[in-house]
Design a protein around this ligand. Structure first.
Ligand SMILES: Cc1cc2nc3c(=O)[nH]c(=O)nc-3n(C[C@H](O)[C@H](O)[C@H](O)COP(=O)(O)O)c2cc1C
Length: 349
């Protein structure tokens, strides 16, 4: 039987999920939000296996409340040396400008999908909730997660994806609207014209599935949370709004961009990782994209951009940085995440 409320399904007090934000946070943000009564999330996409264990241990030591552990589920690409070389050639003028040697750039993927090895570590903790982005892991891996008792959430960006996830037994579906910051979770289609805004997507997903639906994308304050619930969502997942909280681990360049008027202009770009993600428009996006056929497949575009990012950030420039943010940065506040979570819930009964 489906629990009547997201709070019952997840064991939380307020129907607010802090979006997992790989590269922008570790356990501190998750602990703060879970302690405040929402669902804090630990993103693992960029963590090595040891770091996953350390962060999970930190969460378990510092809160007794439910929390979520999040993984990517992409199919690792077949390396394409010619395409990667062409990508580096495209970036060559930037390497020259920043005094970098293109021959010294390490290759290799930077983000690993959920795996048996990761599952071995997560199983030690049996987290209350596990969420997936870019589809689901293999049926065997998914069955492992279910068997140890975690509630399973996954992102859908279209009605078809929501139906696909429900058919595989996902307990609640995160409907990720086009406004959302960070990577689009699309997995059945790469066609960005299929991607709907949150207000269009959420009611259509609710009509198509029986599982509770969590609205994500562009929700920035208590009014937005209430509006999502009025639309019929069982809860709201917010990422961008937390990005200026002290628990977030973003660079000074990223924080400065979020505080500036630049934050009002975001776009989808595949230049940083190879997959579309929404971020504040920067020089790389303006000059080569924001979308392009040039970068290799996700996540193989990243290694070539990473040294440019580091060199530019050392000069306090975000020209090549992933400045992931959604279309609505108006709710970002430099206050503790627990306080922000309570503010987001003020309009709820
Ligand atoms: C900086 C950043 C990083 C993100 N990283 C992840 C991630 O690792 N896993 C994931 O499932 N979603 C990730 N997302 C997407 C969020 O889950 C969510 O869809 C989005 O934040 C909601 O839109 P909003 O940013 O407008 O609140 C990220 C979003 C941001 C802003």
């Amino acid at each position: 039987m489906t629990p009547s409320r997201l709070q019952d399904l997840l064991g939380i007090e307020i129907p607010i999920v802090q979006a997992p934000m790989a590269g922008a946070q570790a356990s501190a943000l998750a602990i703060a939000v879970s302690t405040a009564g929402g669902l804090g999330s630990l993103p693992c996409a960029l963590l090595a296996l040891d770091a996953i264990r350390d962060e999970l241990a930190a969460v378990r030591a510092q809160t007794t409340r439910p929390y979520n552990v999040n993984f990517f589920c992409h199919t690792p690409p077949t390396p394409d040396p010619a395409r990667e070389a062409a990508w580096r050639a495209t970036l060559a003028p930037y390497y020259r400008e920043l005094g970098l040697d293109p021959n010294e750039i390490p290759a290799g993927p930077t983000r690993s999908p959920f795996s048996d090895e990761a599952a071995d570590i997560v199983e030690e903790f049996r987290p209350p909730v596990v969420s997936f982005h870019f589809g689901l892991p293999s049926p065997e891996l998914l069955a492992r997660v279910r068997a140890w008792g975690s509630v399973i959430l996954a992102s859908a960006t279209t009605v078809d994806e929501a139906r696909w996830l429900e058919a595989r037994g996902v307990d609640a579906i995160i409907a990720q609207g086009l406004e959302a910051g960070g990577h689009r979770g699309n997995f059945l289609t790469a066609d960005m014209t299929t991607q709907l805004g949150t207000f269009a997507l959420v009611p259509q997903v609710i009509a198509a599935v029986r599982a509770p639906v969590i609205a994500a994308g562009g929700i920035a304050d208590a009014r937005g949370v209430s509006a999502a619930l009025r639309l019929g969502a069982a809860g709201a997942q917010l990422g961008t709004t937390y990005l200026l909280c002290p628990e977030v681990t973003t660079s000074p360049v990223y924080r400065a961009a979020l505080r500036s008027t630049d934050a009002g202009h975001t776009a989808l770009t595949n230049l940083i990782s190879g997959r579309p993600a929404r971020g504040i428009v920067n020089r790389l996006m303006r000059q080569l994209g924001p979308m392009s056929d040039l970068p290799p497949e996700f996540p193989l575009a990243t290694p070539a951009v990473a040294p440019l990012r580091a060199a530019a950030e050392a000069k306090e420039m975000g020209d090549f940085s992933p400045l992931w943010a959604g279309q609505n940065t108006s709710g970002c506040k430099e206050i503790p995440a627990a306080e922000l979570t309570r503010e987001l819930a003020v309009d709820l009964e």
